[in-house]
Design a protein around this ligand. Sequence first.
Ligand code: ZN
Length: 115
Amino acid sequence: MHEVSIAQSIIEIVSGQCRKGGYSGITSIRVRIGRASGIMPDALLFAFDAIKVESPATGAVLEIEEVCVSGRCRDCGRDFSVEEEYVLNCPLCGGPAFEIKTGREMEIIDMEVTE
Ligand SMILES: [Zn+2]
């Protein structure tokens, strides 16, 4: 499952930060996930909770901020954002030429630690 490896890398990154900073544990981690990233937030939470045991993130809560898919159309020149996970045509004019600006991200925004 895709989300398991993502959860693993999140835990590796924050555990590294935790060790470097000499903190005793992590209480929360905030991540930003685009709707078009292919990551299911529920599956990621589930994987995270299963893997976090035995890591400095064992007591951590994973907070997921979802980012909708947005872009700019090259035909009509307008910006759009959609609720779907993908865009096949510009939702404003139906044109096939557009640029996706957000929705593909997967990043750690910040984390809270205990000293
Ligand atoms: Zn358009």
